[in-house]
Design a protein around this ligand. Structure first.
Ligand SMILES: [Zn+2]
Length: 158
């Protein structure tokens, strides 16, 4: 069996009055991610992990933020297109493990919904997708609520 690991990381600035999308779910929040797309930092990290595992280029290469086609795009569409690229190479998802790092709001109540949203797009069981959250204990740009980041690791096999 061919097993491949990949990692991805993504950062976004936070701004007042912008919708906050995480893991395909809209989270009630005063601030949201500034981005060309809907700014779903978690999905972007997962896309890069998938692409890396398959030996492909990064998310910016496939979906450039200079292309108006991707303006305000739902990142779930980017994840679907990314999964298709990986799937075309014959890979399936073994599991995805990721962490969102943000100061607030608390996202615990939305984790199950995120797992469901992500797993259905990448055609795997909800149990194969772990979404975790942490803060930076008030340190740095995350602690000052200026930004958020997410890290994802994925294992593919064929
Ligand atoms: Zn991003």
């Amino acid at each position: 069996m061919n097993i491949r690991i990949g990692q991805g990381i993504d950062f976004h600035q936070l701004e007042n009055g912008v919708d906050l999308w995480l893991g395909g779910v809209k989270i009630p929040s005063e601030k949201g991610c500034v981005a060309h797309s809907d700014g779903d930092v978690l999905i972007h990290a997962i896309c890069d992990a998938l692409l890396g595992a398959a030996g492909l280029r990064d998310i910016g290469y496939f979906f450039p933020d200079t292309d108006n086609k991707y303006k305000n795009i739902d990142s779930k569409i980017l994840l679907k297109e990314t999964f298709n690229l990986v799937h075309q190479k014959g890979y399936i998802i073994n599991n995805i493990d990721c962490t969102i790092c943000l100061e607030k709001p608390k996202i615990g109540p939305f984790i199950l919904e995120m797992k469901k949203a992500i797993s259905s797009i990448v055609e795997t069981e909800s149990d194969n997708v772990a979404v975790k959250a942490t803060t930076t204990e008030k340190l740095g740009f995350v602690g000052r609520e200026e930004g958020v980041f997410a890290i994802a690791v994925v294992l593919l096999s064929k």
